[in-house]
Design a protein around this ligand. Structure first.
Ligand code: ADP
Length: 282
């Protein structure tokens, strides 16, 4: 357990197995005993730990280690995916981050299989890959808006499981994070985007239209969790009304993944004493 403020490991507290999306308490802080103040304080410390571990991953990648991490972020608009990128991923060395955001497919992307654009953005060895939206849009928005026939999207769950198994076998730790806010909390966040000129750039009128599809999205998210929570690529469900909790939770998930790699600093490919002597003589 990373800290006594967690009553159970975060991977247990947030694991998607058995989670019901409808009725989920999006303001809960599963497994965490502290309040906001304690959470924010802990987050500061854990960001430093994350940064230290990520540097090791990067260093090993530079020495040819093919292993890497892929963090997949999914959530409705305003769920806080951007905040995770800024406040969690933002605490590590950007050289070691492979960030990709997936919006409406371009004309070029539409000519290919839906995993084509995903494969092109997979992290390299030693990198921390971050997907802001992902191949899961192809069983979420696509399902909700009938963008392809049901028999087409229905096949994708198994296909995605096979794809992620391939990734795991090639040395990628896949961490999938589904962030959930309540319909009310989304209203507040959209209102803030309208109220504050410095947030207008984040507002998209279509986000309001999407609110009418909330129940359909809940079904699609439930199916996604039920069908693609696997041993090699589990989903974690993050109640995200409290931003500090979501950020702390994702930080802990990343730390857990990095710890599981049991990384050491790569050994020098040169004679340290000899290089020291040369330096002294130079
Ligand atoms: P954001 O809203 O996250 O800031 P964008 O506006 O660039 O980012 O794009 C997100 C939009 O793209 C979302 O509405 C999402 O549902 C849509 N999208 C992503 N992937 C697909 C896909 N495969 N097919 C259709 N729409 C998609």
């Amino acid at each position: 357990m990373p800290n006594s403020l967690w009553s159970v490991p975060v991977t247990t507290a947030l694991h998607a197995e058995g989670v019901k999306v409808v009725g989920l308490d999006t303001s809960a802080t599963p497994g965490f005993r502290g309040d906001k103040k304690a959470g924010e304080l802990l987050l500061e410390q854990r960001r430093a730990e994350l940064s230290r571990l990520q540097e090791k991953l990067y260093a090993n990648g530079r020495s040819g280690d093919p292993r890497n991490i892929l963090l997949v972020l999914q959530g409705m608009d305003t769920a806080g995916k951007g905040g995770i990128v800024r406040h969690v991923i933002g605490s590590v060395d950007p050289q070691g981050v492979d960030h990709a955001a997936f919006g409406v497919p371009s004309a070029e992307e539409r000519k290919h299989h839906y995993l084509w654009r995903i494969r092109r953005q997979l992290p390299r060895g030693g990198q921390l890959g971050v997907f802001d939206r992902s191949h899961y849009e192809d069983v979420l928005v696509v399902r909700v808006h009938d963008l392809v026939p049901p028999d087409v999207w229905a096949k994708r769950y198994d296909e995605i499981n096979r794809f992620e198994r391939e990734l795991a076998e090639a040395g990628t730790i896949v961490i999938k994070v589904a962030m959930f806010v309540s319909l009310d909390e989304q209203r507040k966040r959209l209102a803030e985007r309208l109220d504050r000129p410095d947030k207008h750039w984040k507002f998209n009128p279509a986000d309001i239209d999407e609110r009418a599809f909330w129940p359909a999205y809940q079904d699609a998210y439930q199916a996604m969790l039920d069908r693609t929570t696997t041993e090699h690529a589990p989903w974690y469900v993050i109640p995200a009304d409290r931003k500090w909790f979501a950020r702390l939770a994702v930080t802990e998930l990343l730390i857990d993944a990095l710890n599981s790699l049991q990384l050491d600093w790569p050994t020098a490919q040169f004679d340290v004493a000899e290089q020291r002597r040369r330096l002294d003589e130079s």
